[in-house]
Design a protein around this ligand. Structure first.
Ligand code: AMO
Length: 439
């Protein structure tokens, strides 16, 4: 017999089917045995009757056994239907059951509970097993939809997908948060972003995007940093200014949220969350935000830089003033941005750059880049760096590059804030932090 997916069982009422899946929960009611079975498509209740041939085989079957079952799909009486399950109108009367794989150890956590109720360390130590829990799995169903929707939005906008090297001869984003690795007989660096390569690709394809691993040697423990994450990057040429980039990023975010609200209703509701509403994302200059923080919250910024607390406050202000869960902060000081950022024409002490904040946390940063080689070289020097170290990068702009810019968007932070997760690590399948390299 061919396998029937559990989601398709309602269409097979009155028929014998073969299903494969895990035992979600076993319940014994007198001589009756109830087994909830789940596969990748859904969940169904099955029943083993006392006189059936399967009753002996089911004797030692427990939760998380992988099984194959043949049985009869029966319509359930109206008053016994389970409205919470798409398959709640039917049940499977088990005729035979075969164990395909069984746990050989005591289960360290009970994944059948609605909420696992374990701390972050326990959750991550038992990550593979924890992923069998429906609520934990929901995070990654949504994550998968983020990736699919990003891809879809980018292609619809004429962006070409690229993959750029992650082993580099020099660090890209500057600062100290790079990983140095041994590369045969010399040193190499793990990519802190696809920045230089996406700009190089832009100079040929005009519009490119990348979904790629980003490595950051963040030595601290925070709720929003990991040492390895997946960046959703984009770069676009022939822009009139950074507004064009923000328009594109706003379009992309709205596409992602719209898809999630349609495709992931169950997952969102298991966290009691919904996607942001569709209002236009406000744009506020960082200098204005600084004023707002001072006036509304009595908060002073150090070096005109906004910290985590300031980001939370400004998001709260934007929510109550404009009804938006997202906000663009624009025109960051030159000193706070990488050397490739385009200085503003009217005031070179600020840049044509922005951050996108979502429910209190920065999820993206981007902006316009310097596209003239000589000005770039000068800026590299101003930043106290050696232009020789950036020769290949600067050369991109010696062959005629248009005004351009793009963004880097943190995929895991989108999901973290969307579901209100306490830590970004809950939204990373196997997170890496200072202490964690396993599982
Ligand atoms: P930036 O360094 O701001 O910009 O990174 C872009 C986005 O990546 C995410 N992010 C992180 N997520 C998890 N853990 C981390 N340690 C971490 N660090 C950053 C954030 C952030 O907004 N080249 C520029 C982008 C550009 O201008 O195109 C860059 O890398 O969501």
């Amino acid at each position: 017999m061919e396998r029937t997916l559990i989601a398709e069982t309602p269409a097979h009422a009155g028929e014998d089917v073969l299903i494969r899946g895990w035992i979600d929960i076993r319940r014994d009611h007198g001589k009756l045995v109830f087994l909830d079975i789940r596969d990748h498509s859904g969940k169904i209740q099955s029943i083993v009757l006392p006189g059936s041939d399967a009753i002996a085989a089911v004797a030692d079957v427990r939760g998380e056994y992988a099984v194959e079952i043949e049985g009869l799909i029966k319509e359930r009486p109206e008053k016994m239907r389970n409205a919470d399950l798409p398959t709640g109108g039917v049940e499977l009367e088990v005729k035979s059951i075969r164990v395909l794989g069984k746990p050989s150890v005591e289960m360290p956590i009970d994944v059948s509970q609605t909420d696992l109720g374990v701390n972050l360390d326990t959750l991550l130590n038992h990550r593979t097993l924890a992923l069998r829990n429906a609520k934990v799995r929901a995070i990654f169903t949504i994550y998968s939809e983020v990736l699919r929707s990003y891809d879809e939005a980018m292609r619809a906008g004429g962006f070409v997908e690229i993959k750029t090297p992650k082993i580099l001869g020099s660090a890209t984003e500057g600062g100290a948060n790079f990983f140095k690795i041994k590369y045969f007989d010399r040193d190499a660096f793990l990519a802190q972003s696809p920045q230089f390569y996406k700009q190089a690709a832009m100079s040929a394809f005009e519009r490119v995007f990348e979904v790629g691993t980003v490595f950051r040697a963040e030595p601290h423990f925070t709720t929003r940093h990991v040492n390895e994450f997946t960046g959703l990057d984009a770069e676009m040429g022939f822009i009139g200014g950074m507004e064009d980039i923000m328009v594109e990023l706003e379009r992309t975010m709205k596409h992602i949220f719209r898809n999630i609200s349609e495709a992931c209703k169950t997952e969102l509701s298991s966290y009691g969350e919904s996607v942001p509403n569709d209002v236009a994302i406000p744009r506020i200059r960082l200098s204005e935000a600084e004023e707002i923080l001072r006036a509304e919250y009595g908060k002073e910024l150090e070096n005109h830089d906004i910290d985590g607390e300031g980001e939370k406050m400004i998001c709260e202000y934007v929510k109550k003033t404009f009804g938006s869960d997202l906000v663009f902060l624009t025109h960051y000081p030159t000193k706070l941005r990488p050397f490739y950022s385009m200085p503003s024409k009217t005031d070179p002490s600020i840049t044509e750059t922005f951050d996108l904040l979502f429910r209190g946390v920065e999820i993206a940063s981007g902006g316009q880049r310097i596209h003239e080689a000589d000005i770039l070289v000068e800026n590299i020097r101003t930043f106290g760096l050696d232009p020789e170290d950036f020769k290949d990068y600067v050369d991109i702009f010696r062959y005629g590059a248009p005004p351009h810019g793009g963004w880097g968007l943190g995929s895991e932070r989108i999901v973290q804030k969307l579901l209100g997760l306490g830590s970004i690590k809950e939204a990373v399948l196997y997170p890496r932090d200072v202490k964690r390299l396993t599982p």
